[in-house]
Design a protein around this ligand. Structure first.
Ligand SMILES: Cc1cc2nc3c(=O)[nH]c(=O)nc-3n(C[C@H](O)[C@H](O)[C@H](O)COP(=O)(O)OP(=O)(O)OC[C@H]3O[C@@H](n4cnc5c(N)ncnc54)[C@H](O)[C@@H]3O)c2cc1C
Length: 216
């Protein structure tokens, strides 16, 4: 329901949260907020999905033991649960378990970090030299001095279908998702009343705004 109209700009109802960008992050955010009963507006400047952002293409690797830090593992365990949940709701396979490999010189961050994550969290894994890896997985021809951590629970997601699944499920929970509607600006509403978001087509208000700044 429209509440106000000024010149050619339409002031729509307020939302609990506006999410800018329906890529992998924004679509999941919109879905999870809507599922919690929040009134959500998702704004995407291109189509949903599209090939102009970070989330396009066929696959994105996922695994439990990340080399960056063992603290990621708990997040990843939860992420696996949530991927299974959205798969069920969307009735579509999004997460393929294939096993995954993190490889590098023995003292590299990639190999050592992944091994540390696997060991600290007691995750299933195997360690191979480059030669052993080639014997087990002939597609890999790595130098002998390279060490590889194999984790059977690694796999990949199909990112564009993940976006579609999250957006459809968000809409089923009552979220409004607008494609081809770029955000051109936003500002806090005076008095701490939330935010006002301006797009190419309209102006919206919300208590909260989810926005991911571009890397400079
Ligand atoms: C080639 C490549 C390979 C990768 N491989 C992996 C991998 O194997 N595993 C892994 O975990 N990660 C991987 N990543 C990282 C992962 O893909 C990204 O972290 C993730 O896709 C980021 O999602 P996002 O929603 O933040 O960004 P995006 O998908 O770019 O979404 C941002 C959205 O915001 C929209 N937007 C921006 N400005 C506005 C505006 N003003 N108004 C409205 N909408 C706007 C954009 O159009 C876009 O749709 C890879 C990334 C790349 C590029």
């Amino acid at each position: 329901m429209l509440t106000q109209q000024r010149t050619n700009r339409i002031y729509a109802n307020r939302y609990d949260t506006i999410v800018i960008g329906m890529g992998a992050m924004g679509s999941a955010t919109a879905y999870h907020l809507a599922k919690r009963g929040k009134r959500v507006l998702g704004l995407e400047r291109f189509d949903v999905p599209h090939d102009m952002g970070s989330s396009h293409g066929y696959t994105r690797i996922i695994r439990l033991a990340y080399y960056e830090h063992p603290s990621y593992v708990m997040l990843l365990k939860r992420a696996y649960e949530l991927w299974r949940d959205i798969e069920q709701r969307a009735n579509e396979k999004l997460l393929y378990i294939t096993g995954s490999i993190d490889a590098g010189p023995a003292d590299s961050w990639v190999f050592k970090g992944a091994l540390q994550s696997a060991m600290e969290h007691d995750l299933a894994h195997e360690v191979f030299t480059g030669l052993e890896l080639t014997k087990r997985f002939p597609g890999y021809q790595l130098p002998q001095e390279i060490m590889a951590l194999y984790q059977p629970e690694g796999g990949f997601l199909v990112p564009e279908r993940c976006i579609v699944a999250h957006v459809f499920e968000a809409m089923k929970q009552g979220a409004e998702i607008h494609g081809r509607e770029g955000v051109i600006g936003w500002e806090p509403i005076q008095g701490g009343e939330g935010v006002r978001v301006h797009t190419e087509r309209a102006t919206y208000e919300a208590d909260n705004l989810v926005i991911k700044p571009d890397r400079a």
